[in-house]
Design a protein around this ligand. Structure first.
Ligand SMILES: *Cc1c(COP(=O)(O)O)cnc(C)c1O
Length: 360
């Protein structure tokens, strides 16, 4: 494991080999469909340029981003792969998109009217978020000329409940197939994101679009996680103090010491994405043992009850594992009452970062 430098207060280690292994697992699972990679939001906070470069070297030919700027950042380092922009085109000059060869995902006929050239077409089958709505789809079926000048490469849609055993999955799948057949547009079709891949071959169509699973989030909640863990977060203990009742810890005095013990202060806070909802709920791990987070998460600091850990392990300068093999992203999310996606994308920019693997 990469050692922390003396001046680092926390270290985020990102395993590019694990991301590649996760992509390969999904690609094998989805074959003969192609596996793309969703690297929006800076690859869910892990660094889009590094992640996409490693995946491209492993054979990934298609990437999805959310915004044009994300697409431009990727194109600067990856001249060849297809880069789809999920938010589509916005009114105004489209020169950047064209020059960089980005492919917009057209989400409405309004967006389609702004575009000429290669594109994906997103039809809504149950999210009511992005994508052509029913009336637009009917208009398009009645008058295909609406898309004159647009080369529809991909027709896609998005599942609302893919991570649950919901009847809505089969409904959306059937609706998507029917609409794509009636439209008769597009060389390829795509419905599944991470969890959709695990719903079975009927959901794979020609292209799958995993994001979270590549980064270690369990695409099959409630069942064992088939994905390799990607992220390790270690914080440094700044100070350990002896406490005794009736002392309280932190803002709001929300933790009251029950007796004699030791509290370790670690240099990670909500400004680093260590969600404030983890106040009095989270855990860390020191030498394999769980230590409870006590008191409120503050901007730069958190406090752990390390009374049960020998002073030889919990001392100023020692590290505590916040995310890692014994305490993965989904476990942290469960403690915070959220999902792994939010824990990952919140990971702070202040951490020292170390990339391992990926041919580096
Ligand atoms: C974010 C997103 C994905 C990836 O979803 P995951 O659940 O992270 O795999 C795929 N398709 C669309 C349209 C998205 O917005």
């Amino acid at each position: 494991m990469t050692p922390m430098r003396d001046r680092d207060t926390a270290l985020l280690t990102i395993d590019l080999d694990a991301i590649v292994a996760n992509w390969r697992l999904i690609a094998a699972r989805a074959a003969p469909a192609e596996a793309a990679a969703v690297v929006k939001a800076d690859a869910y906070g892990l660094g889009a340029v590094r992640v996409a470069a490693a995946l491209a070297a492993a054979g990934c030919r298609t990437f999805f981003v959310a915004t044009i700027d994300e697409g431009l950042e990727l194109r600067a380092v990856l001249p060849h792969p297809d880069i789809f922009v999920l938010s589509g085109v916005l009114p105004g000059p489209a020169g950047d998109i064209t020059a960089a060869g980005l492919i917009p995902v057209l989400n409405s006929l309004e967006q389609a009217a702004l575009w000429q050239g290669r594109a994906a077409l997103h039809v809504d089958t149950g999210m009511a978020r992005l994508g052509l709505e029913a009336a637009e789809i009917e208009r398009l079926i009645a008058d295909p000329g609406v898309l004159a000048g647009i080369d529809v490469d991909l027709v896609c849609s998005h599942l609302a409940c893919a991570d649950e055993d919901s009847a809505m999955n089969a409904d959306q799948c059937q609706r998507f197939r029917l609409l794509a057949d009636r439209l008769g547009l597009g060389r390829r079709r795509s419905l599944a994101a991470s969890s959709g891949v695990f719903l079975g071959p009927a959901f794979h169509f020609d292209l799958v679009r995993p994001g979270a699973a590549l980064y270690g989030v369990n695409p099959t909640p409630g069942r064992p996680n088939p994905m390799a863990q990607v992220v390790r977060l270690q914080g440094k203990i700044l100070q350990v103090r002896d406490v005794d009742s009736p002392m309280t810890v932190g803002y709001g005095a929300s933790h009251r010491c029950a007796g004699r013990g030791r509290v370790a202060t670690v240099a990670v806070g909500y400004a680093d994405g260590w969600l404030r909802a983890l106040s009095n709920r989270g855990h860390g791990i020191i030498e394999g043992g769980r230590v409870p987070l006590v008191g409120r998460v503050s901007m730069d600091l958190i406090t752990f009850d390390v009374s049960a850990v020998p002073a030889s392990a919990a001392h100023a300068g020692a590290t505590i594992e916040l995310i890692g093999p014994g305490h993965d992203v989904d476990a942290v999310a469960a403690e915070a009452g959220t999902i792994g996606y939010e824990v990952l994308t919140a990971l702070g920019r202040r951490y020292a970062r170390s990339y391992v693997g990926g041919g580096v």
